[in-house]
Write a protein that binds this ligand. Structure first.
Ligand code: AMP
Ligand code: FE
Ligand code: FE
Ligand code: ZN
Length: 283
């Protein structure tokens, strides 16, 4: 069983449609994939429609923008109810704020580079959660930088002159919301230091206390030392351990299935969730 619990479609900053993502998951030899777009569940139905055809089971999910101790963190929510008003309201708040923030970043960048809001919209899927990757892609299309990564090293970098923050729910409260919606909260890439400041072990312990279920340990943004440390911390805090690709299509080098989660851990996640994995045998 090959299980990848963190991927993105063009409903956020991935480049594949959910249907194409499912076809590529099958081609990559995956048995189970979670769709976890940033602050949206808009891709669930299209992905679910491909389960029977591709033979790949779908874990519906999302990656929630959160803040804790003044640090931006990402919380994966798997198998939550899509109709939970509190959780979906928070996601909508984040999307609205991300939109305003991206417009302000474009306004600032346009003082120094030729760039318009329409350029950014050209890079985003229908009703996509807008992120810096779309601004980066627009800068690539305009020829200002060679690729997304180069944009992140410079023009759209965290804390750079054009950077603007956006609303993100408080992580402890988000964990409560995910649980209330029947979902399972997992801290995404806790030690991805290249993305900016990360949280310490005491803060992770506090999140575990708030009901967090797991740490995403096997992820390309973690060194071997990070993984060893996080595995020890998970054992200490009685948290599950996941691994995933964080696939973004052509937007990043991450390959589907490059890191995976064990079947035992998926079973434990499913046992805690009210929502269900959509399997080929269901359809
Ligand atoms: P935002 O959520 O709009 O602040 O943008 C952060 C997103 O940008 C993350 O979800 C990553 O997927 C993506 N990202 C961060 N660093 C890089 C990078 N160096 N290259 C490509 N994408 C990146
Ligand atoms: Fe992303
Ligand atoms: Fe993330
Ligand atoms: Zn992600």
């Amino acid at each position: 069983m090959r299980i990848d619990l963190h991927t993105h479609s063009h409903h956020s900053d991935g480049t594949d449609s959910p249907a194409v993502l499912m076809v590529r998951a099958a081609a990559a030899g995956l048995d189970v994939v979670a769709l976890t777009d940033h602050d949206t569940t808009a891709g669930w139905d299209e992905a679910a429609d491909q389960v029977a055809r591709t033979g790949v089971a779908l874990v519906p999910g999302a990656e929630l923008s959160c803040m804790v101790a003044g640090v931006s963190v990402h919380l994966l929510s798997l198998l939550h109810a899509d109709d939970d008003a509190d959780l979906s309201g928070e996601m909508e708040h984040a999307r609205t704020s991300r939109d305003a923030r991206a417009r302000e970043m474009v306004r600032r960048i346009a003082e120094d580079y030729r760039l318009t809001w329409a350029d950014v919209q050209d890079q985003a899927g229908p009703d996509a959660t807008i992120g810096r990757p779309h601004i980066a892609d627009a800068l690539v299309a305009r020829g200002h930088v060679p690729d997304r990564s180069a944009a992140f090293e410079n023009i759209v970098a965290t804390g750079g002159p054009y950077y603007v923050g956006h609303y993100a729910q408080e992580a402890r409260a988000a964990i409560g919301r995910v649980r209330a919606a029947g979902g399972v909260p997992i801290l995404a890439h806790p030690r991805a230091a290249a993305r900016g400041r990360t949280i310490g072990d005491a803060v992770i312990a506090d999140l575990a206390d708030a009901g967090m279920a797991a740490l995403e340990v096997d992820h390309r943004d973690h060194t071997e030392a990070d993984r060893a440390h996080l595995r020890g911390l998970a054992r200490e805090l009685d948290l599950l351990v996941t691994g995933a690709s964080d696939y973004h299509g052509t937007g990043k080098h991450n390959r589907l299935g490059e890191h995976t989660t064990s079947p035992e851990v998926l079973e434990a996640i499913e046992a805690e969730a009210r929502g269900r994995t959509i399997r080929p045998s269901d359809t």
